[in-house]
Design a protein around this ligand. Structure first.
Ligand SMILES: Cc1cc2nc3c(=O)[nH]c(=O)nc-3n(C[C@H](O)[C@H](O)[C@H](O)COP(=O)(O)O)c2cc1C
Length: 182
C-alpha cells in the first residue's frame, strides 16, 4: 500500500516548465542516448517481505570518491522502484561479458527474476549476483525525482571485485570490449 502511494505521489508531481517544452521525442532521445556506450548493471535490493528484486540498469555512475558515492536512475514505472525506495539500500552488480542472459532477464518485469540465477545474500541483506565483475553495496543517502525517473544516490559500504571482461551496451545491442557483437 505504501509502495503504491509513493508511486502515485511521484506520478502526481506536476511537470515543471523546463519539462514541458520538449523538442525531441522519447524515441529519438533514446536513439541518440544509445550512442553513449555503457556498462550494464543489475541494481538489486529486497522488498518488504525480504524477497530479492532488481532491474537491469545502465544509468549508473560514480558521484564522489570521499565519501564514496554512486548514483542510479530508476524509472517510476519499474516494479523494483518501490522496494528500492523503501528499503533504503541497494546493490549494484556490474555484469560480465558472459552475463548477457542475466541482463535480458532483469530487463523484464517478471517476478521470478532471481530463480535459477546464482546469488548470495550479503551481511547487509542485499542480493549479490554470483560472477559479477564488481558488486557495490550502498545505503541510500538521498533521492531526487527528475522527470519520470528518480536518482538514488548511494554511499558505498562494501565493494567486491570479480574478474573478467565487462558486458557493454551500445546502440541497443550487447557487445564486448573486443568488439564482437551479439
Ligand atoms: C541495457 C539496459 C539498460 C537499462 N537501464 C535502465 C536504467 O538505467 N534505469 C531504469 O529504470 N531502467 C533501465 N532499463 C530498463 C529496465 O531494466 C526494465 O524496464 C525492467 O523491465 C524493469 O524491471 P522491473 O519493472 O521488474 O523493475 C534498462 C534496460 C536495458 C536492457
Amino acid at each position: 500500500m505504501k509502495s503504491a502511494l509513493i508511486y502515485a505521489q511521484n506520478l502526481a508531481i506536476p511537470p515543471l516548465t523546463c519539462y514541458i517544452n520538449t523538442v525531441i521525442s522519447p524515441d529519438e532521445f533514446r536513439r541518440v542516448l544509445g550512442h553513449f556506450a555503457t556498462g550494464v548493471t543489475v541494481v538489486s535490493t529486497c522488498d518488504g517481505d525480504g524477497r530479492p528484486t532488481g532491474l537491469t540498469a545502465s544509468a549508473f555512475t560514480s558521484v564522489s570518491l570521499e565519501p564514496p558515492l554512486v548514483l542510479v536512475c530508476v524509472d517510476h514505472k519499474s516494479q523494483s522502484y518501490p522496494a528500492l525506495l523503501e528499503r533504503g539500500r541497494f546493490a549494484v552488480n556490474v555484469l560480465r561479458a558472459d552475463q548477457e542472459a542475466v541482463s535480458r532477464r532483469f530487463a523484464t518485469t517478471r517476478l521470478d527474476k532471481f530463480d535459477g540465477v546464482p546469488f548470495r545474500m550479503s551481511p547487509l541483506e542485499l542480493p549479490l549476483l554470483d560472477d559479477a565483475l564488481a558488486q557495490l553495496e550502498c545505503l541510500t543517502v538521498s533521492t531526487h525525482v527528475e522527470g519520470d525517473h528518480t536518482i538514488l544516490v548511494g554511499r558505498v559500504e562494501r565493494a567486491h571485485l570479480g574478474s573478467g571482461e565487462p558486458l557493454v551496451y551500445y546502440r541497443g545491442r550487447y557487445d564486448r570490449l573486443s568488439g564482437t557483437s551479439s
